[in-house]
Design a protein around this ligand. Structure first.
Ligand code: HEC
Length: 319
């Protein structure tokens, strides 16, 4: 197996690493044959990214243009980490015994389907950092929740596997950037800045908040199955057309379908189930959502639905 040189485009901080589909069993890879490299990571105290990019940090200019920390700090990792970890303005509450640096051993391998990454580092304890299982309140008492992944209870499916140390990186071939800029051309100018990154979120759960007490949990599975609104690409044109040419109809919809005596109205958003309007009533503004009587998946269908609604509204106001 050959070592792979990876270009991490962005380091993603995700809530959990999604379970990958393995082509090979990573535990059976002969890691002894895979070349390794060791990098020394220094503890930067509690310095924030703002601090690293601000006038308090002599390296700010290089950090701001995407330069690596080691451009300047290489060779001084140990000294810097050991000094920072002991206390000072960047470490107001030092933790006794904490390491100033960590030597991280890094290996990478691949087969036809996957890349396999292995990171190893020494902990202060003579055992891996899996000590902090979670406790969960079951209604009566706090119970242990989660064990190291290789423990029997996890293997038998009785407990979830939990690791204390999590690691997540995003690797791409550059196409993410191109795809993004095609959809958001206005970002082209900023995308060359050093601190412009791409992040991938692994959704674990989503909480939908529609307002007015309407909210619900959405499972990661359902979330992933959801498709973009079929009108997403046309919404802008529909909105512009309605506001320019049919403002009177919009006010009419507000009166007929939302019971709001609008003097004027502007469409703000449209999707295949309905639209949002901002209605003006005297000095007051009302944000309303008006549903279509039937789903409209194309601009043509939207037009037909709106014409029907308009007819209905007029006959209601005439009678
Ligand atoms: C252009 C050079 C340069 C780059 C790039 C750079 N630094 Fe620095 N940094 C310095 C210099 C110079 C100092 C002050 C002298 C020292 O403490 O080594 C400093 C100081 C620091 C300190 C404070 C040390 C102390 O004694 O209080 C921290 C923490 C630090 N850098 C972290 C980083 C991190 C993290 C990065 C990468 C994101 C980074 N630096 C990139 C030049 C740089």
């Amino acid at each position: 197996m050959k070592a792979l040189i990876l270009t991490p485009v962005a380091v993603a901080i995700s809530a959990a690493l999604a379970g990958p589909v393995f082509a090979a069993d990573p535990a059976k890879i002969d890691w002894g044959k895979v070349p390794s490299r060791t990098v020394t990571l220094f503890y930067p105290g509690q310095s924030t990214y703002q601090w690293l990019r601000g006038s308090g940090h002599p390296g700010a200019q290089v950090v701001n243009t995407g330069g690596a920390c080691l451009t300047c700090h290489k060779g001084a990792e140990q000294k810097l980490g050991d000094k920072l970890v002991k206390g000072g303005p960047l470490e107001p509450m030092p933790v006794k015994g904490k390491n100033g640096t960590v030597d991280l051993k890094f290996q990478a391998a691949y087969d036809a389907k996957n890349a396999y990454l292995r990171f190893q580092w020494k902990t202060l304890n003579p055992y891996p950092g899996t000590e902090h299982q979670y406790l969960r309140f079951d209604g009566k008492e706090w119970k242990q929740y989660g064990y190291p992944k290789l423990d029997d209870v996890v293997q038998q499916g009785k407990q979830p596997g939990i690791y204390e140390d999590r690691f997540s990186i995003m690797i791409d071939d550059g196409s993410v950037r191109d795809d993004y800029l095609e959809r958001h051309p206005s970002a082209r100018e900023w995308s060359s800045f050093g601190d412009f990154g791409f992040y991938r979120m692994e959704v674990v759960d989503a909480y939908y908040i529609a307002g007015f007490g309407e909210m619900a949990w959405v499972s990661a599975d359902d979330y992933r199955k959801a498709k973009p609104d079929p009108l997403a690409a046309h919404a802008e044109a529909i909105i512009a057309h309605m506001n320019a040419d049919h403002a009177d109809s919009l006010a009419l919809y507000c009166r007929a379908f939302a019971g709001v005596e609008a003097d004027s109205a502007l469409m703000e958003d449209v999707d295949y189930l309905g639209f949002r309007v901002r209605a003006q009533v005297g000095d007051e503004r009302h944000d309303l959502r008006i549903s279509f009587p039937r789903p409209a998946r194309t601009p043509k269908e939207v037009r037909a639905v709106l014409v029907d609604m308009s007819r209905k509204a007029r006959s209601a106001s005439d009678s």
